[in-house]
Design a protein. Structure first.
Length: 339
């Protein structure tokens, strides 16, 4: 996927299962060219293993897997140009048992008794075409900040869901769109009032031509400031619309304002058509548009797919997720939002 930094980003997950009775520690995970193991694209070792490896269920960061535990290792790396994207990748895992690998286990594997770690080549996969869905913008006007998207973001990119007997990440390439004013503030005034957020009530656009397959418009706005406790799964998206854009590509718009949705299931929409207004319904702590593309109509049970907006102006970057959170919580200007 071509990013706004001009590089091609590979984003995926490696599922790891410990099928024996030992507790294993992951010393490192390396991403290799499957055709040339000397070409290493990314290395996760030391302090970078734990935050990228999450035990399921519970999303618990850990560099260890106990007996029968399964984890999801989140991988993202980039290359400078399209020619550097490999056709196939594989992974070199270096693992050990805290306190040392049992001699009997080493003998069973015909390894020297002083072996400190096991090295395994696993998880070979074809790298799919870098082509992404090209679409129009989901919102009007300017100064929208693309929050919680890409790479190390926790809230969307790493939202693994066990649905219908398999793990899916429908939000793998999701973005939470929030709007800034001329002073780079997300809201002014009482943070508990949804109308004080500059994103609230903004028009939402269809990103392409297609057929509406889901349109839910019945939930009230949440009070901003924190995620609502105990919200049922079916209310997670709040008022939302799903559009079938064809070719197995579905667009989700979540957290829309009650009474604002202008389409119904079965309607045909065109690129740029207003389909509703931005709200704060569902599992949300501040008014924003949650948008992502997915491989099916199920908003949690489909896999997220990559996409590109055909044209936009990049006017700056927030320095970190933490800086964005600070601006959202405190109503202070988002730092370093200019180029």
């Amino acid at each position: 996927m071509l990013g706004s930094d001009g590089k091609y980003h590979l984003v995926y997950e490696l599922q790891i299962t410990n099928a024996n009775s030992f507790t294993w520690r992951i010393n490192s995970v390396e991403v290799l060219n499957a055709e040339n193991h000397n070409q290493i694209f990314a290395v996760f070792s030391g302090d970078t293993v734990t935050p990228n490896n999450q035990i399921m269920p519970g999303r618990i960061p850990s560099n260890k897997l106990a007996r029968s535990e399964t984890s999801v290792f989140f991988i993202t790396f980039s290359v400078d140009n399209l020619n550097e994207v490999p056709e196939k990748i594989t992974h070199r895992l270096k693992i050990t048992v805290p306190g040392g690998i049992h001699e009997g286990f080493l003998a069973f594997l015909s390894l020297p008794p002083d072996t400190q770690e096991l090295v395994q080549i696993e998880g070979e996969s074809i790298v799919p075409s870098p082509a992404a869905v090209v679409m129009g913008p989901p919102l009007k006007s300017t100064k929208w900040i693309a929050a919680d998207g890409c790479c190390t973001s926790e809230r969307d990119v790493r939202a693994v869901m066990p649905i219908n007997g398999k793990l899916t990440i429908s939000q793998r390439f999701a973005i939470d769109w929030e709007k800034l004013d001329d002073q780079n503030r997300i809201y002014v005034g009482d943070p508990l009032d949804v109308t004080n957020y500059f994103a609230y009530g903004q028009e939402i656009l269809s990103v392409g031509e297609g057929r509406v397959v889901i349109a839910v418009d019945k939930y009230e706005d949440q009070i901003p400031g924190e995620l609502p406790p105990g919200i049922p799964l079916e209310e997670g998206d709040g008022n939302h619309v799903v559009i079938d854009l064809g070719g197995g590509n579905f667009a989700l718009y979540a957290h829309m304002k009650k009474g604002s949705i202008t389409v119904e299931a079965g309607d045909f929409v065109t690129r740029g058509q207003v389909i509703g207004l931005l709200g704060n319904t569902g599992n949300t702590s501040a008014p924003h548009l949650h948008f992502h593309m997915m491989s099916g109509p199920s908003t949690f049970g489909s896999n997220g797919i990559s996409y590109m907006i055909y044209e936009y102006d990049l006017i700056g970057r927030a320095p970190s997720i933490e800086a964005f959170d600070e601006a959202e919580i405190n109503g202070t200007p988002s730092r370093d939002c200019s180029r």
